[in-house]
Design a protein around this ligand. Sequence first.
Ligand SMILES: Cc1cc2nc3c(=O)[nH]c(=O)nc-3n(C[C@H](O)[C@H](O)[C@H](O)COP(=O)(O)O)c2cc1C
Length: 192
Amino acid sequence: MTMTPLDALLTRYSVGPKHLVEPGPGDAELTLMAQAALRAPDHAELVPYRFKVVRGDSKRGMAALFADAARASAKGEEGAALDAERALRPPVTVAVVARIDLGHPLVPAHEQWAAVGGAVANFLSAAHALGFGGKMLSGAKVRNPAIAAAFCEPGETLVGWIALGTPARRAAGPARKPDPGQLLIDWHPPCK
Ligand SMILES: Cc1cc2nc3c(=O)[nH]c(=O)nc-3n(C[C@H](O)[C@H](O)[C@H](O)COP(=O)(O)O)c2cc1C
């Protein structure tokens, strides 16, 4: 049965790296995800983000960076091995890098961050619509100077990584989500 666009939005749940197996998305599918990201609202079309694809041999380089960061934060060799595994396990990882122009004359920083969030959401929904699982992850690693420098140009911010692959099991259900009625509120003007 084909998934409608609304089905894709309503049935996307994160799938953690533990449950992601080969194959990951290829070039054509990653391009569709990036195109979907570009359909997110973006004031003045600044495209304040970049996606950096980590796959193949590059995963080992990212694993080494993660392991060094774990050692630097006193996680020890066990922590280093765990963090290295986090880099190696997903078939494809996509780093999300934000490029926020703090001095933009028209678009304040919070609007640019909203565009980044919309892009990530669309990227993940497109992955799901294409049959892939994924999860956005960050952690203290994003603030490690060596890791940030490896992914970012000066002035950019490393937001985190989207782990991608084929889901080995159905994603968890919507148990943690509030009823939409809690966030959909009729507004009335204040009484004078
Ligand atoms: C920028 C960003 C960073 C995140 N970092 C983490 C993380 O490090 N660890 C984690 O478990 N979830 C993290 N999350 C949350 C998950 O990606 C996911 O959205 C959350 O577990 C809710 O699951 P759902 O997408 O199935 O609703 C992050 C989300 C965002 C937007």
